[in-house]
Design a protein around this ligand. Structure first.
Ligand code: ADP
Ligand code: MG
Length: 460
């Protein structure tokens, strides 16, 4: 081991750091035989007994070494290996501890990564707090997650976030893990399904001990989609003990589920009550303003500045699920880029046609538009459908055209035919006119938004 006088004292501390993140058996097999030297600013010289040992460390323990170095020296290291066969003198090929470890490592790790952190999934770099749009549907969850980030293990433990699919649970959990990872030791994030699979693998391969060691030595454990525990008695039992161990050591536990703990089928009462010890909080579907902000943010992340009309159109049509909202943005950008097309109403309609829920496809029709606009402006439907050109009729007619384009599946020709026998260029002109008014006049925007709301609520 690197203990000579001229060696940076952090070398030994790095080995200690590694020891804290692997099982004692792994440490004995892979780290005890080598010498490790930290050469500032960022080089780690590792002497290994043979090439195989090097490959094994590179493949399976690189992240563990890098983490230990980052924690101690604040740099991401470059690993430089040399082979020194003398180091392996005591390691006769096929020594029992070496042989024994392989099946455990390989079997317990179905992800192909390092067994020591195989259980922790890689965080999505986009799922950060900066990229999370806050609005009335999620501000409590957001604030709670921020509070946990400030004082993990103290404020809300566990933090339990529930809500329908696609509303940002995973995003928030990972945002929190990103922050905690930077400051607080070993953060494990994984889906409940992975937890369950690892548990089953561990039983089958007789490696329950190392399974337990890993989970119970986390500083932060985030398990996504715990409704997966439903009806899985043995996994619940195991999770119960993991929970207790971590909780008693004031380690932060973060959970998500598509429903409230009390509604998870056959979840043991003692788990239900533990899940409620900290804070149980719900994510709701975002309202229109938040959806529009999300649309713009997602587009910006892909290098596109979406105009108000486009963002509004997308936000208006995809309501219940942010994942679908994001899908719609992607599709719009894809079509615009692929075809080099202008991002106009036609493209938006085309992009969203496939994604729209069935009720939108059978949603409001031209006659609904006509009725609602006539009501709002206090004129007769027949006037809108006439060829009259006075301002008091032309403007509501143009609003009709705009709404028809936004909220129905009708073509420009159909719209023209319905609202006074106009051709499609007149309809196009009318729509553009309203778009401009909406962009520049808050009062008109409010009226139009309100009409859109009335119309799209129509088919429910
Ligand atoms: P869940 O885990 O609840 O099913 P996700 O966290 O996977 O949902 O979110 C689905 C998608 O929607 C992700 O791409 C996520 O980034 C995005 N998303 C959800 N809510 C927001 C938000 N408030 N701001 C930005 N993106 C969001
Ligand atoms: Mg999720």
């Amino acid at each position: 081991m690197a203990t000579t006088a001229d060696v940076d004292p952090r070398s030994c501390a790095i080995l200690d750091g590694i020891a804290a993140h692997v099982t004692p058996q792994q440490f004995e097999t892979w780290f005890r035989p080598l010498t490790l030297e930290f050469v500032p600013p960022d080089e780690i010289r590792i002497a290994v007994p043979n090439r195989f040992h090097q490959v094994w460390i590179e493949r399976r323990y690189q992240a563990v070494v890098a983490d230990a170095v980052r924690q101690l020296a604040g740099v991401t290291p470059r690993l430089v290996f040399t082979v020194n066969e003398a180091l392996g003198a005591h390691l006769a090929p096929g020594r029992p501890e070496e042989r024994d470890e392989f099946p455990i490592e390989v079997d317990a790790d179905d992800g192909g990564g390092d067994a020591a952190d195989a259980v922790s999934q890689i965080l999505n770099p986009d799922y950060t707090f900066e990229n999370f749009v806050v609005g009335p549907s999620n501000n409590f969850c957001h604030a709670a997650a921020k509070a946990v980030a400030e004082q993990p293990g103290e404020t809300y433990n566990p933090l339990f976030i529930h809500g329908n699919s696609g509303l940002g649970k995973t995003h928030l959990l990972q945002a929190l893990c990103h922050l905690l990872q930077a400051r607080h030791g070993k953060v494990m994030y994984l889906s409940c399904e992975d937890f369950t699979n690892h548990f089953i693998n561990a039983i089958e391969s007789g490696s329950l001990e190392s399974f337990r060691y890993r989970y119970r030595h986390a500083d932060v454990l985030a398990i996504d989609d715990v409704h997966f525990l439903a009806e899985k008695e043995r996994t619940q039992e195991e999770f119960f003990h993991t929970f207790n161990t971590l909780y008693n050591q004031q380690k932060q536990i973060i959970l998500s589920s598509d429903r409230h703990p009390k509604d998870i089928a056959d979840l043991e009462e003692r788990l239900v009550s533990r899940f409620k010890w900290g804070l149980v909080i719900r994510l709701d579907a975002p309202p229109l303003e938040t959806r529009i902000a999300i649309v713009k943010k997602k587009a910006r992340m892909r290098g596109v500045e979406l105009g108000d009309t486009a963002a509004h159109y997308i936000g208006e049509h995809v309501k219940e699920n942010v994942r679908e909202l994001e899908g719609a943005v992607n599709r719009v950008i894809y079509l615009a880029r692929l075809g080099g097309r202008e991002l106009d109403m036609d493209l938006l309609r085309e992009a969203l046609a496939d994604l729209m829920p069935a009720r939108m496809r059978t949603g409001p029709g031209l006659s609904d538009v006509l009725r609602i606009v006539a009501d709002r402006f206090g004129i007769r439907s027949t006037e809108i459908q006439s060829r009259k050109q006075t301002k008091s009729v032309v403007y509501p007619r143009q609003v009709c055209m705009y709404l028809a384009r936004m909220c129905t599946q009708s073509s420009l020709e159909e719209i023209g035919a319905h609202f006074g026998g106009r051709d499609h260029t007149t309809v196009h002109y009318g729509i553009r006119k309203v778009e401009k008014l909406v962009a520049h006049d808050q009062d008109i925007k409010r009226v139009v938004d309100d009409l859109v709301g009335t119309l799209t609520g129509h088919g429910r």
